[in-house]
Design a protein. Structure first.
Length: 346
């Protein structure tokens, strides 16, 4: 328990801890949790913790931006459901490269039913690497997810049936590239297959096995060399998965941070509607296959995240670090630069 957290604007000490807890429930590459929060007398800062970056897999820190964007979206929602408004500034200090956003809880803002549903979904959303049912996602839910992405200045495209074979090839190529990189292999083994007691990384129990290892529609092998057990009939991965791409029209850090917020709003929208989700990240992590995916999508936009969406059984949560490890407190209010990017009505 952090004893010196103070009330912050309209938030009590307990509410400050609660909104930070919600922020830390965001997804991140291999559950690396590359974020840090700093509370001042009037604001909550969202900061990138590059000591937890994965240089072999994410040398440009794009995945760090996505994870911190997802945490920022959770933070905004958690404050909103307390009927408190937020003034959000992105990249408020050019000289502080790791300061990504400043959130100022201020004023009254009535939460909607949608806000409440998405907030509840924060703690229900878990990456599901297991097989989904061969049941299509209704068009109405697909429309809701597309709207969710647009709300956060991004877009969501669904891979069409005639594009799926191309995506399969890209996933396979990306997998071979990563498996051929010794630095990636060492990093992957360091962060996955974790046993009991770990507060980060991907636990062994979260592995997602494929009936055929080379079928790259499915999740990565997080079991650290354990042999997959043959699946009984009806337990194989879905034959026609719904795969969606979250993208932006540019590829700057601002776009990546906004893509993280869009990705999380889509994930929460899906979770609130009873859908399961997971990631197919390899193709975007390898520059060559990411460029090919961009071409497959028309060439005008930048793919930032690939989601697998469908109906599945409940998934196990991954561990999280304690608030003590991700939160620091500065008792004085701080001034921020003028060259920032406000999010109106956040």
């Amino acid at each position: 328990m952090i004893n010196d957290v103070l009330p912050l604007g309209a938030l009590t000490e307990e509410e400050v801890r609660g909104v930070i807890l919600a922020a830390t429930a965001a997804p991140s590459l291999h559950n690396s949790q590359p974020w840090h929060f700093r509370c001042t007398a009037t604001t909550i800062e969202v900061r990138a913790d590059l000591s937890r970056a994965l240089p072999a897999t994410d040398p440009d820190h794009r995945e760090v931006m996505l994870a911190c964007g997802a945490a920022l979206l959770n933070l905004r929602l958690a404050i909103r459901v307390l009927s408190v408004g937020t003034d959000v500034r992105l990249f408020p200090e050019a000289s502080d490269h790791n300061l990504l956003a400043v959130v100022r809880p201020i004023g009254f803002s009535r939460a909607t039913r949608s806000d409440d549903r998405l907030f509840r979904a924060i703690f229900e959303r878990h990456t599901n690497r297991r097989p989904f049912l061969d049941e299509p996602v209704p068009d109405a839910l697909l429309g809701d997810m597309r709207s969710a992405a647009r709300l956060e200045h991004a877009w969501m495209a669904v891979i069409a049936p005639n594009q799926q074979s191309d995506l399969r090839r890209l996933l396979s190529r990306a997998h071979r590239t990563q498996e051929g990189d010794p630095r990636f292999v060492v990093e992957f083994e360091e962060w996955t297959g974790r046993g009991k007691g770990a507060d980060d990384g991907v636990p062994r129990k979260s592995a997602g096995w494929s009936p055929e290892y080379n079928d790259l529609w499915v999740m990565r092998d997080f079991g650290k060399g354990e042999q997959p057990q043959p699946r009984p009939p009806g337990k194989c991965f879905e034959s026609d998965p719904m795969v969606a791409v979250i993208g932006t029209f540019h590829d700057l850090r601002l776009d990546q941070l906004q893509a993280g917020q869009a990705m999380q709003r889509v994930l929460l929208t899906a979770t609130a509607q009873g859908l399961a989700t997971s990631f197919l990240s390899q193709v975007i992590e390898v520059p060559d296959t990411r460029a090919s995916l961009r071409h497959l999508l028309g060439g005008a936009t930048w793919p930032q995240a690939i989601l697998r969406i469908g109906y599945g059984t409940p998934a196990m949560p991954t561990p999280r670090r304690s608030i003590d490890e991700v939160l620091s407190v500065e008792r004085c209010a701080r001034r921020y630069g003028a060259d920032d990017n406000p999010i109106s009505g956040a």
